[in-house]
Design a protein around this ligand. Sequence first.
Ligand SMILES: [Zn+2]
Length: 336
Amino acid sequence: MQSIIILYKNKQFHIVIICIGLLLQLFIRNEVLAKNVNSSYKVGEISIHFRGANADNETENTRLIQGLNSSLKTVLSSSIFSSNILPAWGIIIDGSFTESEGYFSSELKTPAGLPAILLQRNALINEAGQTRLIAHELFHLMHFQKRPKEADWVQEGLAQLTEYLVTGNFNRSLLSAFTSPETSLTEGFAFHDREQNSKNQTLAQYGHALQYFYYLYRLCGKNELYEILVNSSSQKNGVNFIDEQLKILAHTKTLDPICTSFEKSFVAFEHARFFPKVAPSSSYIISADMAATVRPKPNAIPLPPFSARAFKLQNEQNCSPGIIIDGDCFEIRLGN
Ligand SMILES: [Zn+2]
């Protein structure tokens, strides 16, 4: 009987120990979670929150914040962000997010409920890349306040044009669109495709939109056009919106003849991508030396909407309606 009681008492003791252990574990876990969610800092007026892997690494966080400080100064002092009023906003730095270098969504909020952009923690290692990334995502946040229903391709084209206007450097997607030029300009973007082939196509599609908006910006009114495309209260979007705004602008200003409609700009733009010339200025995108890949022969693959493919015609006696370059005949086909 005595031994049974001791055993029983020991059992109770064990249960108490196990309970304390569990409570302790819960406490430690909650403490870490709380830190992950609430590792918050401020740079000027901007709230910065760390979450995910390494969120509680304070030494590293402080170092990242110092780097962010100078990137934020560059972005916020640029004429784009100093002339357009931003709502109170925040940055979420996520150590576990891997889908892309960053993103904006209207659902994304700081713990205090402010609209936010998300930056991947690893993407903040390179300061030049970080400035470009902040300009891109902050553009989305600003643009969403003004034109929440805009089409993907307009959003991404303008976001990358903004990167260029803030940093002076083009996104690498620009080159991708010269080597894989046949993507649709206007189709929806497959943002979260994990297949490498689709990723390359998505990058080329981003580049196609960047090339188009840079071309429009350069020829059709620069900052005036940019401000209209970002701030307009028009209910139209995508192709119809661009067409509407170009037509309005053509009434008030004398611009390059390619700026009078979307259709005109698109046709001239695709020719300029594949067969750039030094003059006139509407016959190249960046310079006459940068051209999109021309395929060695025609193929029967259907063209997606608002895309283009150029190829060399073999043994063609009569080149019409092709383009003769150095005695060879080329043709460009547009998808519609
Ligand atoms: Zn984007």
